[in-house]
Design a binder for this molecule. Structure first.
Ligand SMILES: Cc1cc2nc3c(=O)[nH]c(=O)nc-3n(C[C@H](O)[C@H](O)[C@H](O)COP(=O)(O)OP(=O)(O)OC[C@H]3O[C@@H](n4cnc5c(N)ncnc54)[C@H](O)[C@@H]3O)c2cc1C
Length: 313
């Protein structure tokens, strides 16, 4: 009997697992991906790990601030910028200042790898969770589903219908496009919020990571991406066109890839950070927050971990 099985090795699942491991509980972590990270995934292009999901984190909570300070101290994170541009069909527009954005020189998934130090992650696609909580051949006292609500719903049906209803939550889709160039030919900018084009975000990944790699990353709008989930490569040409308009230059990449996010970000906020049912099933992730963010996902996992430790003590 394992104390805790965590399904999902994104930042929320690993934060939850870490909290349980630190309290001496036995923890098993399963993820369907080849690597940990979930929506902090990266794709390596010509030696540069480009962010496919969240390109940065912001900080407002003191507990997460301590984690971020540790990453900053060890060079896993860097202060990127507090200023983004706005952009549209007429090119780059005004600069907008906001909170400090922290980016990862080795891509954001390196943060999850760091949190997962000492935790073995088994690559398994987990199916529906039975009433006896036997998951992939092993029973546990608590099963944590650390993933987007619609993915949790698939695991909670048919044996946990009420919890499935509680987990259900609308998510927006999106497609990330990573384009590598032979050299930088665009005006200097860090990133831009884009309007009136099929993309909503455009970033210079070489500037965010600090290695100067000539790599741009764009995120489609939810609507445009959602229309092409069956064939993500179909967005490449329109997205390159949008990049050219947003930057006001011609761009011819030497390598370009598209990555689909069927469940990119929750669209309905929640006012609690996790759910832990009497049956022993716990739910966490960025869906359990007011706003989908790296910080919120970490806090959700850490809060659920603390509740699990208290339950099993
Ligand atoms: C394009 C994009 C841009 C973003 N931009 C920002 C940003 O600028 N700033 C910011 O703070 N946040 C941003 N975010 C949000 C941020 O990435 C998320 O809030 C955070 O990474 C969510 O972590 P999580 O652990 O909750 O979920 P996830 O990272 O989704 O982890 C869930 C894990 O569960 C696994 N899983 C699911 N089903 C199964 C199954 N049946 N069996 C086994 N494993 C399973 C998945 O493989 C995955 O690894 C962005 C997200 C996206 C997609």
């Amino acid at each position: 009997m394992t104390d805790v099985t965590v399904v999902g090795a994104g930042i929320s699942g690993i934060a939850c697992a870490q909290r349980c491991v630190a309290a001496g509980l036995s923890v098993r972590v399963l993820d369907r991906g080849r690597r940990a990270g979930g929506r902090l995934a990266a794709r390596t292009v010509d030696g540069h790990a480009a962010d496919l999901g969240a390109p940065y984190a912001t900080v407002s909570d003191d507990r997460f601030r301590a984690v971020v300070d540790d990453w900053l101290g060890r060079g896993l994170l860097r202060e990127w910028t507090d200023t983004f541009r706005v952009a549209g069909p007429d090119g780059l527009g005004e600069a907008k200042t906001g909170p400090m954005r922290y980016a990862a020189p080795g891509a954001m998934r390196s943060l999850v790898d760091d949190l997962a130090t000492g935790i073995e992650i088994e690559q398994r696609v987990v199916g529906p969770i039975p009433a006896d909580l036997v998951v992939e051949g092993a029973a546990s006292r608590v099963v944590v589903l650390a993933m987007p609500g619609p993915q949790a719903v698939r695991l909670l049906q048919p044996d946990h219908p009420e919890l499935a209803a509680a987990a259900d939550q609308p998510f927006a889709a999106g497609i990330a496009v990573v384009a590598r160039f032979a050299e930088r030919t665009w005006p200097e900018f860090d990133a831009a919020f884009v309007s009136d084009l099929p993309i909503r975000w455009l970033a210079d990944d070489g500037r965010s990571h600090g290695d100067g790699a000539p790599v741009l990353v764009a995120h489609t709008t939810a609507d445009f991406g959602g229309q092409h989930l069956e064939d993500p490569d179909a967005v490449i040409e329109p997205v390159l066109g949008a990049m050219r308009q947003a930057l006001g230059v011609g761009l011819e990449p030497v390598d370009v890839r598209a990555h689909r996010w069927t469940f990119a970000q929750p669209t309905a906020p929640r006012d609690r950070t996790f759910l832990l049912e009497a049956s022993g099933i716990g739910l966490c992730g960025d869906g359990w927050s007011e706003k989908s963010k790296v910080e919120a996902a970490w806090l959700s996992g850490d809060d659920l971990g603390a509740a699990v430790v208290e339950r099993l003590a």
